[in-house]
Design a protein. Structure first.
Length: 208
């Protein structure tokens, strides 16, 4: 296997808004549940075993809460990275998930489709690109990115070099609070780790 940077992509732990079925975009009301805090605590052991040597995190509280235990344990500072903030859901922020189903279905097949007064996948990919380039040129070996479900997908696509001429290659990636991904930038391999079930494997989960 070629050697290369291994990038750990982490979604924040479960939040109270996740449990209630409320969309949380760039608003900052969501807080981790006990299950979400357990995810954060289990990451300490997992990330130390991986050998993470840098921490980048969205400025939103739920991502900061997830990153803090490992930062405190490892002594690595959390670098707040605005590019890792969640999608701008526009008018759908803090609305029930069911209210967004019509718009979610439309954007599955069109990366340029906007939520009302919000962002499109194309815009998110564009804002992530400079960060991804800086990360790849940082000299780090195993950086961790603490982010959100909507950002996890384009990060995986970028670092694995996936072809998104079919938009569903990106939009159908399944997201879970407790599943993290480790991508090798040299051979584009990907493995996943479930922080709550002590399970792991290779590849990406896709929703049906």
């Amino acid at each position: 296997m070629k050697t290369g940077m291994e990038i750990v992509i982490i979604r924040h732990g479960q939040t109270d808004m996740n449990v209630k079925g409320i969309m949380s975009g760039q608003s900052d009301f969501a807080r981790l549940t006990q299950k979400g805090l357990l995810h954060a605590l289990n990451l300490v052991r997992i990330l130390r075993k991986i050998g993470v040597d840098g921490i980048f995190a969205s400025p939103l509280t739920r991502a900061q809460q997830t990153a803090t235990p490992f930062s405190q344990n490892s002594g690595l500072p959390i670098i707040v990275e605005s590019a890792l903030i969640e999608f701008n859901f526009g008018d759908l922020d803090n609305r029930p998930n069911l209210a967004a189903k019509y718009y979610e279905d439309k954007r599955r097949d069109d990366l340029s489709y906007h939520f009302p007064h919000g962002e499109s996948y194309s815009e998110v990919i564009a804002r992530l690109e400079p960060f991804c380039q800086r990360l790849e040129n940082s000299g780090l070996h195993r950086p961790a990115c603490f982010t959100h479900g909507g950002i996890l997908r384009p990060l995986l696509v970028h670092f694995m070099g996936l072809d998104i001429s079919n938009p569903q290659t990106l939009t159908n990636i399944a997201i879970s609070n407790e599943v993290i991904y480790v991508v090798n930038t040299a051979d584009k391999s990907c493995k996943w780790i479930n922080t709550l079930e002590d399970d792991h494997g290779f590849g990406i989960f896709y929703r049906k």
